[in-house]
Design a protein around this ligand. Structure first.
Ligand code: XIL
Length: 315
């Protein structure tokens, strides 16, 4: 086991990792990497709508139960990911042509099932994932927005709060880690929700960074959300490197990991940092960003990279 969990706990932050069901079930070395280095887990896919309720009223708890049981057996906390998102929705939902009342009923059924099942075992939930357009301050016109209008966000938060009153409820977003138009829009949304008394408790900043391009104002940007009374966290950290990857790249990536953790430590309401995958062999990056690779703290052979040392250095 490594010193990372103890260091993270000494600083009062979580150090988390996204886990996938298949290796969690079948790969003991993978499981050991998780329990040796991290204090929290996020389900990379298995708690998403498509997997939890693939057909209406047909729920599949096998993956979510595996993740939550594993976490509990090993003393790890769980970030719930995610309720409302425009991606990874089952066809019956995405193409269901529900009117507003029906869609509200669907939202309630799913929220009661998922948050209800894990009440008391999952302490924070990404209720809303990626509500803004990729690179603009406009709200994304997803299914929820199109049918319920922009108040779908407040409705979903109220509902989640009703189902699991103790859970910390989050909006999770990307391209908002540093300041800019999109981060400003998220800030405005957050403050107006809070002014209305809507149960929003935290902001997840995903942190899918490109090597050499990590925003230099992470702490400053997170601090203004913290000043609203919100918890903040880096929820899906990875730092992708364009191929070919050199030793210099890996050394500089270590500094980037160190900087991200130090930025969290600089904000007292930053509750943690989670990386988006256990090793480079499990990372979503090569498939989703062709030409980029090596984004995580362990390599494809499960060996620690300089980035892991960067995290230790920060703590
Ligand atoms: C990604 C997973 O890593 C992939 O395996 C899947 O194919 C697509 O989704 N933002 C999020 C995550 O909130 O849920 C996404 O995860 C990555 C971007």
């Amino acid at each position: 086991s490594s010193e990372l969990p103890g260091l993270a706990e000494a600083h009062g932050i979580k150090l988390g990792v996204a886990v996938a069901v298949n290796p969690l079930a079948h790969d003991a070395v993978y499981r050991d990497l998780v329990t040796d280095h991290y204090t929290s887990v996020t389900a990379e896919n298995t708690m998403k709508w498509q997997h939890v309720q693939p057909e209406r009223y047909e729920f599949d708890w096998s993956g979510p139960d595996l993740v939550v049981d594993f976490a509990e057996d090993n003393g790890l906390s769980v970030r719930g990911h995610t309720l409302l998102w425009h991606n990874q929705q089952p066809d019956w939902l995405a193409q269901g042509f529900f009117d507003a009342d029906e869609l509200r009923a669907v939202m309630r059924e799913h929220t009661e099932a998922l948050l209800g099942r894990y009440e008391g075992r999952i302490d924070s939930w990404d209720v809303i994932n990626e509500p803004f357009e990729e690179n603009s301050p406009e709200l994304r016109e997803n299914l929820w927005y199109q049918t319920l209008g922009e108040d779908y966000i407040a409705e979903a938060l109220w509902l989640a709060h009703e189902v699991d009153p103790e859970a910390k409820l989050y909006i999770n977003e990307f391209n908002t880690e540093g300041g800019g138009e999109k981060a400003d829009a998220l800030y405005e949304l957050s403050s107006s929700l809070l002014e209305r008394g809507v149960p929003l408790h935290g902001i997840g900043f995903q942190g899918h960074f490109v090597h050499g391009n990590v925003p230099d104002d992470l702490a400053e940007n997170m601090q203004r959300f913290a000043d609203l009374g919100l918890d903040v966290e880096i929820s899906e950290l990875d730092v992708r490197i364009p191929e070919p990857v050199t030793p210099e790249d890996l050394a500089a990536q270590a500094d980037e990991y160190q900087y991200v953790l130090e930025s969290c430590l600089a904000v007292s309401r930053c509750v943690g940092v989670s990386v988006w995958g256990v090793t480079d062999a499990h990372s979503w990056i090569p498939e989703w960003f062709p030409g980029y690779t090596a984004a995580l703290p362990f390599d494809e052979d499960y060996a620690p990279k300089p980035a892991l040392g960067g995290m230790v250095e920060a703590l």
